[in-house]
Design a protein around this ligand. Structure first.
Ligand code: BG6
Length: 369
């Protein structure tokens, strides 16, 4: 049931405030964060973990990339992200102190399942972040941390993505507390952010009208670039993937700092570039670097669409369009920034008369390797 929306994807974008709220529910209390499925593994085992590898494909891998920054920060454990289908072939160095966290909406993606089995056979602790109850991957894992986004029907993932990031953050906070790497105060600050998150995601969803206008003017666009830094970088990759998946438009995401090492050569007159601007309050250094990037591309003729936190006026002289989002701590920005990018892909797909929910050549879950 599309609930009155024109597509499942539109409904699922709109569902995102509930998706994050439901994923947090029961795992966060004023006294802290606890994921019972991780507790069941035993604190000794968790304290022994000295390396985490996140494995996933597609949108789930970008959720993994966002989550990796936070888990490393909060738990002080080195975290890397690998595509499931690349994992085995490099013969990764694994031990009984390694944790592999798989991320999969369906829990059936064959590439990810094979990677989890490979890890499990080598004595690794396997944790599944999955949206589908009793799917194969969580059943094959030592612990299943379910996202509670509800069934996702559209091929292009939206609400599962924000729920995956949320679940990975909860895992990072849980591990940080168990390992003693994270103070109760720092955990409490993150917990307060979770409380405010559904309302803020709702505000991000409410950018729809503005984005629809923008997409209307840009219906003939043949290529779009996305720039982000830190946790904004995987969001840039996700924004580009969404456009490829459902609007069949060439799009690329870049780490903003990489611009001068190559991609800036792509910029010429009228090239649309979405820039995810970190908060000047929480990340002043990154903010000033990204504003410089905007000046550099604007000087070369780019059409700049800046995604900023409300009240950030630094970009106004250089941006053609400004999308304003609620204030949030740095790790919580991506959960807001991705929403207008989802709407943009949906609106361009619609403007081109395409089937938003069933893009050509793609399947919701790929059960072959
Ligand atoms: C792709 C889907 O084939 O699989 C993507 O088209 C999805 O939307 C990816 O992100 C991974 O799927 P899952 O179920 O493992 O999260």
């Amino acid at each position: 049931d599309k609930g009155g929306w024109s597509s499942f994807m539109a409904k699922e974008i709109n569902d995102q405030p509930d998706a994050v709220e439901n994923t947090v529910r029961g795992r966060v209390s004023p006294s802290g964060v606890e994921i019972p499925e991780l507790t069941a593994l035993g604190d000794e085992r968790l304290r022994g973990i000295d390396r985490i590898i996140i494995i996933a494909c597609g949108t789930a891998s970008y959720a993994g990339q966002v989550g990796a920054y936070a888990i490393e920060q909060w738990a002080r454990i080195p975290v890397e992200v690998q595509l499931s289908h690349e994992f085995r072939y490099r013969e990764p160095v694994l031990s009984d102190r390694t944790m592999v966290i798989s991320v999969s909406q369906s829990g059936e993606t064959m590439d990810t399942l094979m990677a989890v089995k490979y890890a499990a056979e080598r004595g690794v602790t396997t944790v599944s972040v999955c949206n589908t109850q009793s799917a194969t991957i969580p059943r094959e894992s030592d612990a299943a941390v379910y996202t509670h986004a509800g069934p996702e029907v559209a091929v292009a993932s939206t609400k599962a993505f924000v729920a995956q990031i949320t679940a990975l953050y909860l895992i990072g906070l849980h591990l940080g507390r168990v390992k003693g790497a994270l103070s109760a105060e720092a955990a409490a600050q993150a917990i307060a952010q979770f409380d405010e998150l559904p309302a803020k995601v709702r505000e991000a969803v409410d950018t729809h009208e503005q984005i629809a206008q923008l997409a209307h003017w840009m219906a003939d666009t043949r290529s779009v670039l996305f720039l982000g830094r830190h946790v904004g970088y995987p969001i840039a990759l996700e924004g580009a993937l969404k456009l490829k998946e459902i609007a069949y438009i060439h799009a690329e995401g870049f780490a903003a700092g990489e611009l001068k090492h190559g991609p800036i050569a792509l910029i010429d007159h009228g090239q649309p570039v979405f820039v995810l601007v970190p908060s000047p309050r929480t990340s002043p250094l990154m903010h000033s670097k990204v504003v410089s990037n905007i000046q550099e591309i604007r000087a070369r003729g780019a059409r700049v669409i800046a995604v900023v936190e409300k009240g950030d006026t630094a970009v106004l002289p250089y941006a053609d369009d400004v999308i304003r989002l609620p204030l949030a701590d740095a790790f919580f920005e991506p959960l807001l920034q991705v929403v207008p990018l989802q709407w943009f892909a949906l609106e361009l797909s619609t403007a081109k008369g395409l089937d938003v929910d069933q893009p050509r050549n793609l399947a919701k879950s790929v059960t072959v390797e």
